[in-house]
Design a protein around this ligand. Structure first.
Ligand code: AP5
Length: 213
């Protein structure tokens, strides 16, 4: 089963994808996480991607499509978190899956107003070592600025600074929102009210994923 998580920055896609992977065994393929790792290691992809990410812009389609071709597993359930983000990426995914005799099962739209997004992104902290996600208000660590799981230090993502968040939202509206119509026409999109709490959202998501009808 291949499921796409679509929605504005900070809507909670990564949080739910991590839960689905822990509780239901899905492979969590996050283009953002792969790119951040490449930036950290200063690989050729990371060096190219960094300039776009720091500005809150999308990394060029050709780089992202090549990345998905490399990382998409052949078997098992997969959550595509943060991909596709443009119509060109969605079309490339379709051809990639067609070529393997597969198709996209469901697209989950994490719907959230801008105020909630800004609140979530400004308070987000990420473990610099294991990538665990926290929020200063909604999911604080037990010890200030220290990861509960591995003891790593918590940091704020560069692109969570206010000016970059505004740009990311603008890019989402212009380049990614058209995908809602694209998938609506294919009748595979499901909307979640992403302002709900983590566990409430998870049980709705689980219901959608398990529903065969
Ligand atoms: P990416 O990392 O994909 O960022 P994003 O889509 O902007 O999503 P975020 O990771 O910011 O948010 P999220 O929805 O996962 O929310 P989270 O669960 O963390 O992309 C980064 C950059 O990489 C892009 O700008 C672009 O440059 C590049 N890129 C990536 N993919 C690309 C592509 N396909 N094409 C081109 N470029 C690409 O939650 C946010 C916070 O809220 C956390 O603190 C969390 O603890 C808290 N929270 C989560 N859920 C809840 C809840 N229900 N209630 C209360 N708090 C909550």
């Amino acid at each position: 089963m291949i499921v796409v998580f679509l929605g504005p920055p900070g809507a909670g896609k990564g949080t739910q994808a991590k839960l689905l992977s822990q509780r239901m065994g899905f492979y969590h393929l996050s283009t953002g996480d792969i790119l951040r790792e490449a930036v950290k290691k200063q690989t050729p992809l990371g060096i190219k991607a960094k300039e776009y990410m720091d500005r809150g812009e999308l990394v060029p389609d050709s780089l992202i499509i090549a990345l998905i071709e490399e990382y998409l597993p052949e078997k098992g359930g997969v959550i595509l978190d943060g991909f596709p983000r443009t119509i060109a990426q969605a079309e490339a995914l379709e051809s990639m899956l067609n070529a393997k005799g597969k198709k996209l099962s469901k697209v989950i739209l994490f719907d959230s107003p801008d105020e909630a997004i800004i609140d979530r992104l400004s308070g987000r902290r990420v473990c610099s070592s294991c990538g665990a996600l926290y929020h200063v208000k909604y999911n604080p660590p037990k010890k200030d600025e220290i990861c509960d799981f591995c003891g790593g230090s918590l940091v704020q993502r560069e692109d969570d600074k206010e000016a970059v968040v505004e740009k990311r939202l603008e890019v989402y509206r212009k380049q990614t929102e058209p995908l809602i119509d694209f998938y609506r026409k294919k009748n595979i999109i499901y909307r979640l009210d992403a302002t709900k709490g983590v566990e409430e959202l998870f049980s709705e998501l689980e219901g959608i994923i398990k529903d065969d009808g």
